[in-house]
Ligand binder design. Sequence first.
Ligand code: NAD
Length: 251
Amino acid sequence: MLAKIQEAVNTLKSSKNVLAFSGAGISVESGIPTFRSDGGLWNTYDPELFHISYFINHPEESWALIKKLFYDLLVDAKPNPAHLAVAELEKMGFVKAVVTQNIDNLHQAAGSQVVHEFHGTTKSVVCMQCGQFFLTDEVNIETMPPRCKKCWGLLKPNFVFFDEQIPRDVYQKSAAAAAAADAVLIIGTMGAVPPAAYLPVAAKQHGATIIEVNPEPSLYTAEITDIFLQEKAGVIMPQLIEALKAEIGLN
Ligand code: NAD
C-alpha cells in the first residue's frame, strides 16, 4: 500500500487541477449507510418508493419515509477524516472542485468550498407549485406532506428522485470540472448511477489520471482506474495527506 500511496502522491503533486468525485462510501464512516451494500437501503426498501411518480402520487407516505431515512438520519452526521482530507486538499491548492453524488452536505461541513451536488441536497426544499426554494430548517417537515409557506403547494426535497433530470446548472459545472481535471480522486462510489458515473470516464478520456479509494473494487477499478487504494476512505485519506505534506515539505 505504501508504494501505491506514493504513486498517488506523485500524481497529485504533478497535477494542477484535481477533481474529487465522491459517492455514498465516503460518508459510511460518518454513520450513513450506502444504498447498495450489505445493510444498504435497497435491501430493506423497494427503490420504486424513490421514483418521482411515487412521490407525486403518494406525497404523504413518500415524505414520511424520506424524512425517516434521510432527514432524521443525517441531522447528527458529522464529516469524517475523509471529508476533512478532501477539504484540506482544496486548501493546499490541489483539489479544484468536488463533485458529490451525496445529499448529506458533509463536504461543505468539512470546509470544502467548491462543491457541485450532482444529486441535490437535503438542506433545501422546493415548492412544486411556485418554484420557491426554502432552507429545510425554515419549513415545517413534521406535518405531512410539507407545504409551501407562500402558496400551499407541495414541497419536494431538493434532491433528484429516480426518473428526474439532473438540474442543468450542476450538470454543466460538473461536466466542465471533469473536462478540466488532470487527475480525479474517486472516493467511495461504485460508479453504477448514470449520468454521474460517466464523469470520471469523461475525465479519463480527456487524459486525467484516475486515483480510486474504495475497500472493494468498483465498476471503475478494472476499466479506468490507474492507482487503486483499496481501503476505507476514512483510513487512507489522512495517510495520503500526510504523505503528500511530507513530499512537499509541509510537515
Ligand atoms: P455508491 O456507489 O454511491 O456507494 C457505495 C460504494 O461505497 C461501494 O463501492 C462501496 O464499496 C463503497 N464504500 C463502502 N464503505 C466505504 C468506505 N468506508 N470508504 C470508501 N468507500 C466505501 O452507491 P449507492 O450507495 O448505491 O448510492 C446511490 C446513490 O445514492 C448515489 O447518488 C449516492 O451518493 C446516493 N446516496 C447518498 C448518501 C449520502 O448522501 N450519504 C447515502 C446513500 C446513497
